[in-house]
Design a protein around this ligand. Structure first.
Ligand code: FE2
Ligand code: FE2
Length: 332
């Protein structure tokens, strides 16, 4: 990776269609919803709000970077000043990863928009590209105007980016971005919204979360139809494996390594303390509640996969209601 940019080789075929009539009414409904729910981050968020970077921005009980470390000797040995620093560094690390993730989403959503063969999905996809641009805009602005520091893409999230970028088949890319990542993002952003004590950040997550709910619905609705009957057994297995691998990566391997290093904390010990606490509290699983249920809805939670999801603690969410689909009248 050079400084300033990262060139990635990625190929996905583009498809034009001459069928402009509505063929997927649910996706057209989602497109209408997306137009109605557009917002302008410049004028609709309270940017004038003063933010104290050393204040309590997230509720310690909900913020996993504090809540999952608090029962450890690492935390107990820290002075209050060091604990404040940990809150600050992990928050800027976290929001920076969201910023880079939003850039990935701009890029992949635009690839999907050109690769998907249905006009309804192309129209909808175009709105998602704008949404993701707005998300990159707001995270960048919050990080720079209110916190004053940005972290690069973490070593712990780079592999995930590559798994999605290097996949050339559009339906797998859809599966990775629109179902697994968007489902997780929705869970994470809902938790951040709940945790945010600082009014600007809370409002920011309120708006972003609303957009991500549409993106997630888009993925599930698109794949539900094409996966229902159009896959051979081998093709289904390949997609099941890809989705599971992504879940497994996301489930345990992203943690604020660089933030801990900045503060001088021992990375392995922090990771172990957080991992142990996460297993006890199940806290980090709660962001995944939609993902397993979505995979079941699109037919990728077959008997072969169930023990694997059970092992990483995600099977119990298989019947979580997906109200994001109900919002476009498409739950069934
Ligand atoms: Fe986004
Ligand atoms: Fe999104």
């Amino acid at each position: 990776m050079g400084t300033g940019t990262w060139a990635v080789q990625t190929v996905t075929d583009a498809v034009m269609t001459w069928h402009y009539d509505v063929e997927h009414p649910e996706l057209r409904a989602l497109y209408e919803k997306a137009k109605r729910e557009q917002w302008n981050a410049t004028t609709q968020l309270p940017w004038g709000q003063d933010v104290d970077p050393e204040g309590i921005i997230l509720d310690d009980d909900i913020n996993p970077h504090v809540a999952l470390l608090r029962d450890s000797d690492i935390w107990r040995r820290m002075t209050p000043k060091e604990q404040t620093r940990l809150r600050y560094e992990t928050l800027t690390w976290n929001l920076s990863q969201f910023l880079h993730g939003e850039q990935l989403a701009i890029f992949v959503a635009s690839q999907l928009t050109s690769a998907v063969p249905w006009i309804d999905a192309k129209l909808y996809g175009a709105t998602q590209v704008v949404d993701e641009a707005r998300h990159a805009e707001v995270f960048y602005r919050y990080i720079h105007e209110k916190l004053g520091q940005e972290y690069p893409l973490s070593d712990t999230t780079k592999g995930l980016f590559e798994m999605i970028l290097h996949e050339s088949r559009w339906d797998l890319k859809y599966l990775g971005l629109q179902v697994v990542l968007e489902g997780l993002a929705l869970g994470l952003f809902s938790r951040m919204y709940q945790a945010a004590q600082e009014p600007l950040l809370r409002e920011l997550f309120h708006f972003v979360r609303q957009d991500e709910a549409r993106h997630f619905a888009f993925g599930v609705l698109s794949l539900r139809d094409i996966y229902r009957d159009a896959l051979s057994e081998a093709e289904r297995h390949e997609r099941e494996d890809y989705a599971f691998e992504l879940c497994a990566v996301l489930r345990g391997r992203t943690y604020p390594k660089e933030a801990w290093e900045t503060i001088g904390l021992p990375v392995d010990a922090c990771r172990k303390a957080m991992g142990d606490a996460a297993r006890r509290s199940q806290m980090q699983l709660s962001s995944f509640t939609r993902v397993t249920s979505a995979l079941k809805t699109i037919g990728l939670l077959g008997e072969r996969m169930r023990p694997h999801y059970a092992q990483i603690g995600l099977l119990k969410y298989e019947d979580t209601p997906l109200e994001e689909l109900e919002a476009v009248g498409a739950a069934s």
